[in-house]
Ligand binder design. Sequence first.
Ligand SMILES: N[C@@H](Cc1c[nH]c[nH+]1)C(=O)O
Length: 397
Amino acid sequence: MLSKLFMFEKPLGMRDTLPELYETKTYLRTEIVNEMKRWGYQMVETPTVEYYDTIGAKSAILDQQLFKLMDKQGYSLVLRPDMTAPIARLVSSSLKQTAYPIRLGYHSNLFRAQQYDGGRPAEFEQVGAELIGDGSVSADAETIALLIESLKRTGLQQFKLAIGHVGFVDALLLEIVGNKERAEVLRRFLYEKNYVGFRSHVKGLQLSSIDKKRLFGLLKLRGGNELFEQALKLVESEQGKAALEELQELWTVLKEYGLDSFITMDLNLVLHMSYYTGTVFEVYSQELGVPLGSGGRYDELLQQFNRPAQAIGFGIRLDLLAEAVGQIAPTEYRTCVIFSRERRAEAIGQARQLREEGQIVVLQDLNGIANVDQMSEDYDDILYVIGKSKQGGQADE
Ligand SMILES: N[C@@H](Cc1c[nH]c[nH+]1)C(=O)O
């Protein structure tokens, strides 16, 4: 049975948004969406609830993190944990006739169930963009440049984008450890950023000391474009070398955008999304220890919806961005018109006029408040429309 206390609690990971944070989020969202629109991205919405088989299973979010429910027909549904899979569905159905490349943007609440009360939200808003049907390095650069320019618009001061490549990590691990299962164990350490675990696991492997050195070398591949030379020495396979060439070209294009100062290379970067196939990236700000946005290339997801295409995109966590920038929404000037009943009509007219001029006006009956002084403290300006009506309907001060 639910206790009274429990009734006032929220489910694990669910949060209220109070007015100040609401305004900050609105401001940040608007800045990012406007920037995406200027780049020609068109905004879309998809349903909050999707079929488990269509979206839940393809979203690359662990099954235990999905909120599952059932519809009246008995079908399994999920609260969308990600927007990339719903957009892949949309592009393959309603937008089937639209030619590639397609540029879409969104801001949506996503749901990922939490196991423990670790302070992580189970519902959060993501603002993102997807560029579908273009496999070029220029598309990778456009996506990353759009992400950086969007964040610059929000006023976020100090941030960096770490860029890696799934193809490089996979190729290197596979050519050293020999099979996918063993590579997967190492990949997991990288995904968890557990470098101590990675090292001790490598030490225990039956490998030559040269190969162990190569694996330790992978951990050092973070920095500027001087890394490429070191990385080329580590990898032997064509796939690994091709990935590095792609990254090198990407670096050149981002330089052409004038954005290379925002970039670092992180060649052991592995993201949780299992659909990534190429370039991947994460955004870090000085203020937070966790990435506030991420994305990457997913060239094999669309074919699961029968409309194959190469694609790349990103998502920015609005809650984390708000935390990083602090409360930056400009505070609004608020007026309160306090009226007595006999002058109510006059007060309504006055409030309407001020609102038409763009002001924020609260209209308050004097009889409805217990403490006028306390109420007055919450406003920048108070207009009293009380007592006997004056000629011309001017408010008393
Ligand atoms: N859907 C990814 C972000 C992304 C968008 N496009 C590609 N990746 C996420 O939720 O982390």
